[in-house]
Write a protein that binds this ligand. Structure first.
Ligand code: UT7
Length: 330
């Protein structure tokens, strides 16, 4: 029994903020941001979204898309376990910027999606949140406990941004991505998951809980160089661990957390794998934290770049310092 991703969905808010917009409010410029990060613009959940619904609404829209895509697929293809959303028996949300301390974002989504009797909870692991959620879903399915799991990555990093700190403000954007993961006895599905935390570096990237601050901005502290070095060192390591049972030549795409195009290029170089195998959209979205991997995956799917049987390796890294990878057959 494997855990197969049968559909994806993603959503980003309409409002974009370009590098030139940012250079109007802080001491930065398009050239610096593009050459140092690869980012051109990012989507921000502005006043259009009530403050207590930002993560919820982005995630809900991504989930609706993933569930509709799964239902469409179930009509034409033989999907072993999933027929419609009533089959969902677990919802796992990776987020570190929920609207509420409780209930879990997953419980709010469950109610809004009309899914009864499912288990639902959130996982907080920052930019590695989607990898942690997908690994958890894989474990439950492999153990035979649940059959159809909605796995979500959503973050609203803009709510933490200090717009006077050019070192972090230019990097992040808001968004959500989701995947329907189903028990399958086909060839497709997760082959291996690997999840680690370094056990050091917790102070390299952090944001205090919002209730530490009277104003709504909790702010963010980042040692950019430390996080960069960690990502470039540990991401190839964890990918090697995930793909050890197969030949790297057979991997079609490495879908990495989109934090910095230079990190992606450095990983490509260290793995001696061509950049064509590393799809990226950071130019349009910035770093959307737990959402970046499922957004990228959904983009590949919608563009028809994923074919049945393709081997894909997902890899995430970030605050913790945590990192992980999932090797799967599409
Ligand atoms: O999801 C995980 C989350 N975080 C990350 O992945 C971040 C990992 N780190 C990085 O991506 C990079 O370290 C950054 C993009 C954050 C920074 O790039 P860098 O090449 O390490 O630049 P730096 O911090 O060494 O700064 C170089 C210069 C400094 O000026 P001086 O001291 O050389 O005069 C900065 O003050 O660039 C300056 N600088 C900026 N200039 C214009 C820093 N931010 C900006 C900015 N615009 N936004």
């Amino acid at each position: 029994m494997t855990a197969e991703i049968i559909s994806t969905g993603a959503f980003v808010p309409e409002k974009t903020v370009t590098n030139d917009d940012l250079s109007g409010i802080m001491d930065t410029n398009d050239e610096w941001i593009r050459t140092r990060t690869g980012i051109g613009e990012r989507h921000i959940a502005d006043e259009e979204f009530p403050n207590d619904e930002k993560a919820f609404v982005l995630a809900l829209k991504a989930c609706e898309r993933a569930l509709n895509n799964a239902s469409e697929k179930a009509k034409t293809e033989k999907t072993a376990s999933f027929k419609d959303r009533s089959d969902i028996d677990m919802i796992i949300v990776g987020t570190s910027t929920p609207d509420f301390s409780f209930p879990a974002t997953a419980c709010r989504l469950q109610e809004a999606l009309g899914i009864e009797n499912a288990a639902a909870f959130d996982i907080s692991l920052a930019c590695t949140g989607f990898i942690a959620a997908l690994s958890t879903a894989d474990a439950y399915i492999r153990a035979g406990v649940y059959k159809n799991i909605l796995v979500v990555g959503v973050d609203v990093l803009s709510r933490l941004i200090d717009w006077s700190d050019r070192g972090t403000a230019v990097l992040f954007g808001d968004g959500a991505g989701a995947a329907v993961v189903s028990a399958s006895d086909s060839e497709s599905g997760v082959i291996k998951t690997v999840l680690h935390s370094a056990g050091s570096g917790a102070k390299a990237l952090y944001s205090k809980s919002m209730y530490f601050n009277e104003d709504e901005k909790a702010g963010m502290s980042m040692d950019g160089k430390k996080v960069y070095d960690f990502a470039v060192r540990k991401t190839p390591e964890v990918i090697r661990e995930a793909v050890e049972s197969i030949n790297c030549d057979d991997v079609k795409y490495y879908v990495l957390h989109q934090a910095n195009i230079r990190i992606i290029e450095a990983v490509s170089k260290r793995l001696k794998e061509p950049m064509e195998k590393f799809p990226h959209n950071i130019g349009r979205y910035g770093n959307t934290s737990a959402a970046s991997i499922p957004i990228m995956l959904d983009e590949l799917e919608r563009e028809g770049r994923l074919k049945k049987g393709d081997l894909i390796c997902l890899a995430g890294f970030g605050a913790g310092l945590a990192y992980g990878a999932v090797l799967l057959k599409f």
